[in-house]
Structures are given as C-alpha cells and as structure tokens.
Design a protein around this ligand. Structure first.
Ligand code: OSB
Ligand code: MG
Length: 383
C-alpha cells in the first residue's frame, strides 16, 4: 500500500443505557428510553478512534434496532476488524479508508452499525494524522447554524417550546407532524411567527391520498417538508414533489449514495437531510453531499439524538460547503444525563463552533461510559 497507514490492534463495543430525562414523540412512536452502541478501534500505537450507532430500541425510524445492530457488529464486523490496515491519507478511491469499509458495506442494511465503525476509523485516521475530523472530511466551515426539532406534544406545549427555542437563538424550527397534528398546528405557528424559518417532519406518516394536506402546507411558506411519505418510498415522493412548490426533503428514504442519486434523478426531493448514521457513515455522507453539491441540491445534517460522540461526527458533516441549511444539533444533555464527551458542543446565538482538535474533536468521557455501561465486548488486543 502506498502512503501512510496504521494497523488496528483491537476494538471494543460498548452497549450503553443513557438516562433520559425528557421523552420525544414522532409519528412512529415515543422515544422514552435510550440505549446506544459505541465502537472504539485501537491501533498498534495505542490510539483510539470512536464512533456511535445511535440506534433506537424499536424499529420506528428505520428497521434497525439496538439488539439487531449489536448482533450484526458482534458477529459480522468486529471479529475481523483487528486485522485491518487503515490508510490515513485517502478517504476515497483505491487503497482508501472507504475501501477498508467495502467488505462491511457489502452486507445489507445495518447502516447505523456500519456508521459506528466507519466513524471510528475516520476519527482514528484523523487522530493519527493529527488533523480534525472536519479537515479529514474536507469541511470548510468554522461554525454552523443550528435548528431545533420539536416533538409531537399538545399545541400549547409546542408553542411554548418554540418560544424557548427562539429565545435561545435557534435559527430554524422543525415541528414533527402527524394526522390531526398538522395544518391547524402550523397555521397557528404562522399566525404567531409569520416569518419564522419553519419546516415540518412527518417521518413517513402520510400517503399520496393525503395530497390536500400538502397543498395547504404549500401556502404556509415552509422551508421544506421532511419525509412526508413512507420510509421506503421514492416514486410517490416524486409524484408529490411535482405537485408542490415547497421543497420535499428526504430523510428516511435516503440510505445510500445510490438512493440519493435515484431520488434526484426522478425528482423525489429538492433537499436532502444527511445523517451519517442513516447512510452507513461519514464517508458515505460525504459522497452524498458531494453529489448534491454537483447538482446544486442543498443538504443539511440531521440527527438521531446522538450522544456527544455521534454529534461530533455530525458536526464535521455539517461543516461541508454544501450543508447550507441549519442542522439539528441540540446538545445531548437536553435529553440525557450524560453527553459521553468531556466538553460538549455549545450553542451560542444559534451557532456551534466546529472543533479543530485532532481526531473526533471531543475527549471521550470514560467516567460517563462506565456509569452508562450495559456491557462491553473486546476483540483483538485492547490495552
Ligand atoms: O426524523 O429527524 C428525524 C429524532 C429521532 C428520530 C428521527 C428524527 C429525529 C429528530 C431529531 O428530528 C433531531 C436531533 O437529533 O436533534
Ligand atoms: Mg426526519
């Protein structure tokens, strides 16, 4: 192999239960308990890279779950990871970090699990090269704008949450919608805040027969409508988009570069919410970003209520040139007792600074990990 590289000596999978002090409802169900999977890869020099699979306990967002992702990592991925050589200088192309992941990306599905490994290898490469994750991935922004995602709650509570979010400085508001909690809610918000940068997220709850709802949304000056139709649908999204002025933004439906390319080809959306975890990792996320940038399609970085470890990767993706809309980046501490990083990102006037520290950019809080630990499985040589 040409160029510099490092060899993996060992890996650990941490299964954690994060104490949650606030639940969150979306159209598919309520997130009231949170467990997460953290992958640590360790090279022969004893340096660690970190990644997160911010899976949910139930398959209400994608089909992946904590139990499924854990079984996949334990059986199909982690046993042979401690034999890999990680190229440090190349993200894409022959002999690149992306190519190390190819054997895992050949397995179907399990994007969140793959993301944990890809992110761990990227942050290891970054720490080995003494560059930030942003620099490794080619991000250009020193700071990014962030918005808040507001769950399904009684209307008065939604109004109250928006007040608080705006006082706090968030740059745009996204409200979760579902049948019976849609048009009236958004009209009410618009009456109160006519020019608020506002969007809705249906998490796939509607069907083409509900087109009237979307015609009404079309008159409410929304920045975008996120994932109106089913999670595995592209065709009907193209039909709906052709009838609307408001851009459709796809979330659940884009699980790979191929999906992104097909969605743009058939006009299924005009914006893409890129979540590294949903597409199999930060390198896959970057590829989708690059495609969208070539096509002039705006992207932004969504979230899955990651701990500070997953959020660090999201921040690097949000710093890419084409990530032009505010990202979902509320701090993990809004939901959990632990961030899992020592000095979590802070939001000031609706903006977050992208760290320049080498590697992940945040020191992992081993005390927090120990306190949340369900179990830890080791592979290869772990110091
Ligand atoms: O659809 O973007 C979504 C949270 C859980 C599941 C799905 C979604 C979300 C969010 C959260 O909207 C945003 C965040 O992580 O801050
Ligand atoms: Mg969404």
């Amino acid at each position: 192999m040409s160029g510099s590289s490092t060899s993996i000596a060992g890996a650990r999978l941490y299964h954690l239960a994060l104490p949650m002090h606030r639940s969150f409802e979306l159209s598919g169900g309520i997130i009231a308990r949170k467990e997460t999977l953290i992958v640590e890869v360790i090279d022969r020099e004893g340096r660690s890279g970190w990644g997160e699979a911010p899976v949910l306990l139930d398959p209400i967002y994608t089909t992946e779950t904590v139990a499924g992702a854990k079984a996949f990592l334990l059986r199909s991925v982690l046993p042979d990871l401690p034999s890999k050589v990680v190229p440090l200088d190349k993200l894409l192309g022959p002999n690149s970090l992306d190519e190390v992941m190819v054997t895992y990306h050949r397995f179907r599905g399990f994007q969140f699990a793959k993301c944990a490994v890809e992110a761990a290898l990227c942050s290891l490469a970054a720490i080995s090269k003494q560059v930030s994750l942003r620099t490794l991935l080619g991000g250009i922004r020193d700071e990014i704008e962030v918005g808040e995602s507001i769950g399904i709650q009684p209307v008065e509570k939604v109004m109250q949450s928006i007040h608080e979010a705006l006082n706090f400085g968030y740059k745009r508001i996204k409200v979760k919608i579902t049948h019976g909690h849609d048009i009236d809610l958004v009209e009410r918000i618009r009456r109160e805040w006519p020019r608020l940068p506002l969007m809705v997220d249906a998490n796939g709850e509607y069907r083409l027969e509900d087109v009237d709802v979307f015609h009404r949304f079309d008159r409410l000056s929304l920045m975008m409508i996120e994932q109106p139709l089913d999670y595995d649908d592209l065709i009907d999204h193209a039909v709906l988009q052709s009838q609307l002025q408001t851009p459709i933004c796809l979330d659940e439906s884009i699980v790979s570069l191929r999906h992104a390319e097909q969605a743009l080809r058939i006009g299924a959306c005009r914006i893409i919410n890129i979540k590294p975890c949903r597409v199999g990792g930060p390198i896959q996320a970057k590829k989708i970003h690059d495609l969208c940038q070539q096509r002039g399609v705006p992207v932004w970085c969504g979230g899955m209520f990651e701990s500070g470890i997953g959020r660090a990767v999201n921040l690097a993706i949000a710093s890419l040139a084409g990530a032009s809309c505010p990202s979902d980046m509320s701090p993990a501490a809004d939901f959990y007792g632990y961030d899992l990083v020592a000095r979590p990102h802070v939001i000031r006037q609706g903006k977050v600074a992208i760290p320049n520290d080498p590697g992940l950019g945040f020191a992992v809080d081993m005390g927090g990990i120990k306190r949340c630990l369900v179990d830890c499985v080791e592979f290869g040589e772990c110091p």
